[in-house]
Design a protein around this ligand. Structure first.
Ligand code: GRF
Length: 190
């Protein structure tokens, strides 16, 4: 039986593309839908190039109406993957997909997480703190930013000459290396 993923992203979508390509030839799992809260987000172009259906929604759709939930149910989505999605997940979605929503954060939670900690803000804080390592955290989403049960973490060493930009590159390499595999292992483990 096919396991269908929906990916939510607000930005460029390099993780969404990486995940979609990883599952393109998977026997049981595939990316069925890509959703974004930002018209013009790079992720939409990447999805279109891969022939994946997309949906753009606004705050009203997401928090006031059942537009998004209806689209997920119509597409028979089994798991929701947040790959650079910057809005809080509403409780109706957590209820519709209990322990079925995964998020990736570009730092070693619980540090460097929470509201406003995304993208370069994360790497600037890690750099400012003089950390000797950073990494990624993959976790089940809950009603708060970057909380929920941690499933996986991977680390990268940081050197004094690293900048927020080079840290971002090291972290993104981990994201692309691990996120699809962790998604597959989490789904197959149930
Ligand atoms: C990644 O750093 C991811 O960890 C975070 O948002 C960023 C998404 O990057 N959640 P991209 O749009 O997939 O390139």
């Amino acid at each position: 039986m096919l396991v269908q993923l929906a990916i939510f992203a607000s930005g460029s979508g390099s993780n969404a593309q990486n995940i979609a390509e990883y599952f393109q030839h998977h026997p049981r799992i595939r990316v069925r839908l890509v959703l974004s809260n930002r018209l013009g987000a790079g992720v939409l172009e990447r999805a279109a190039r891969l022939g994946i259906e997309t949906l753009v929604f606004d705050r009203n759709d997401f928090y006031e109406k059942d537009t998004v939930l209806h689209a997920l149910q119509t597409a028979k989505i089994d798991w929701v993957i947040l790959a650079g999605f910057l809005w809080l997940v509403p409780s109706y979605l957590l209820k519709a997909f209990p322990q079925r929503i995964l998020n990736i954060h570009p730092a070693l939670l619980p540090r460097y997480g929470g509201k406003g900690m995304y993208g370069h803000h994360v790497h600037e804080a890690v750099k400012a703190a003089g950390e000797t390592e950073s990494g990624i955290t993959i976790h089940f989403a809950n009603e708060h930013f970057d909380e929920g049960k941690i499933i996986f973490q991977a680390r990268c060493a940081l050197l004094p000459e690293d900048t927020p930009q080079t840290i971002a590159q090291k972290v993104q390499a981990l994201e692309h290396a691990y996120f699809p595999k962790v998604i597959a292992e989490t789904i197959e483990s149930l």
